[in-house]
Design a protein around this ligand. Structure first.
Ligand code: SF4
Length: 378
């Protein structure tokens, strides 16, 4: 297998944290997901709308997009407007600024055979900007990372773009932007070209070399979430089981600080246990036998064999089988699109207070004050 097919910028954060995961994952099958397919459609639409806004001759892909929806259209329009605003800003200082969409970039100077596709590159004298569209509704993706400053996927794209364009444009810094509309998340990070190249030479290249040789230290952490072997990885199991070995102390009841440490590991342990359960179910369905577990049918509710026949029968008996309900906010937004929804219904919606939840202090939401319990009762 060529290096090209296994080291991808999108997996770079995991590989830099756990180099041997690269070769381990290369032998494990990737699970196709409807979210990934939806993301591909959204990217196609985004690319089309930006190219169109730039006045380029492009074919409208909408009718071929399997997951097309009004929400996708509205998110892609938002992205296209954002790109155009960034482009206009760049043109204020550099009239020759240029936009490249879905641009292949190559970083084999640091990682043999490695390349990727940058959603959008805006080039101007001084700054190289990469804008990455994320379609996910899960965790907000950050343009920064604790260990390396920037998001490593975007840092890789910046390196590839520098390889192509540095020299044509006089670049001294790079700007990375994550645009994730379904989480209302726009995250930005800038760094100097010098720092980026120092990271590429001092961290990316040597770690990638180790990874491609199947060497380096296994290291478990949050990055395991995107690893193909996360359910069966021994290092991750050891890491989680070690965390679970709680050293209970006297007196009989836990102190507050002990409860605090258990909470710290609870989410991680739950997520790991769910990965293992999901994996084991898939294996059991393929025929694997586990000593203490078996497959049973889950609970199910009665269903109609034919809604049409049910309606006819109930009507014939003199009753109305139908109920008419207003669409919920999500379904209505999806029908109208975000913009129209706000225009028509912005003043007719409100946000009830959410149920109190205990979350890590690193969570970005503001803290509910001491009166949280009373507030909630009210
Ligand atoms: S699950 Fe985590 S520790 Fe195990 S190989 Fe994957 S990234 Fe490394």
């Amino acid at each position: 297998m060529s290096a090209h097919s296994i080291f991808s910028p999108s997996a770079s954060h995991r590989i830099l944290n756990c180099p041997p995961s690269l070769m381990l994952c290369s032998g494990a099958a990737d699970q196709p997901s409807p979210y990934a397919a939806e993301g591909t459609c959204a990217h196609e639409l985004c690319a089309y709308l930006v190219e169109k806004a730039l006045g380029r001759d492009v074919k409208d892909p909408t009718e071929d997009l399997d997951y097309y929806s009004a929400e996708m259209q509205s998110c892609a329009e938002g992205y296209a407007s954002f790109v155009m605003e960034e482009y206009e800003k760049a043109r204020e200082t550099c009239p020759d600024a240029r936009v490249f969409i879905e641009q292949r970039v190559d970083i084999s100077r640091w990682v043999p055979g490695c390349g990727g596709t940058a959603d959008c590159i805006i080039l101007s004298d001084g700054v190289l900007e990469i804008i990455d569209y994320k379609n996910g509704t899960g965790i907000p993706v950050s343009a920064t990372s604790e260990e390396y400053g920037g998001n490593t996927q975007l840092m890789c794209y910046c390196l590839g773009a520098l390889e192509m364009f540095d020299g044509i444009y006089d670049i001294d810094s790079v700007k990375m932007v994550i645009y994730q509309p379904r989480r209302d998340n726009i995250s930005t990070y800038a760094m100097s070209k010098e720092d980026l190249l120092a990271w590429a030479d001092g961290v990316l290249a040597p770690t990638a070399r180790l990874a491609l040789e199947g060497k380096g230290e296994f290291r478990a952490g949050d990055h395991c979430r995107f690893c193909r072997v996360k359910a069966t990885c021994r290092k991750r199991a050891e890491y989680n089981l070690e965390a679970a070995k709680y050293d209970f102390k006297m007196p009989a009841e836990l102190e507050d600080y002990e409860v605090d440490s258990i909470l710290m590991m609870a989410d991680r342990l739950t997520s790991w246990a769910n990965d293992v359960k999901e994996y084991a179910l898939a294996e059991a369905l393929k025929g694997k036998e586990y000593e203490h577990f078996k497959i049973v049918e889950g609970r199910s509710n009665r269903k109609y064999t034919s809604e049409e026949d049910v309606a006819k029968t109930v009507e014939a008996a003199g009753y109305d089988p139908w109920e008419r309900k207003i669409r919920g906010v999500t379904a209505m937004t999806s029908m109208l699109g975000k913009k129209k929804f706000e225009e028509l219904l912005g003043g007719l919606t409100y946000k009830p207070r959410g149920k109190p939840a205990l979350v890590p202090r690193t969570d970005k939401r503001p803290e509910m004050k001491n009166t949280a319990e009373e507030d909630f009762k009210e």
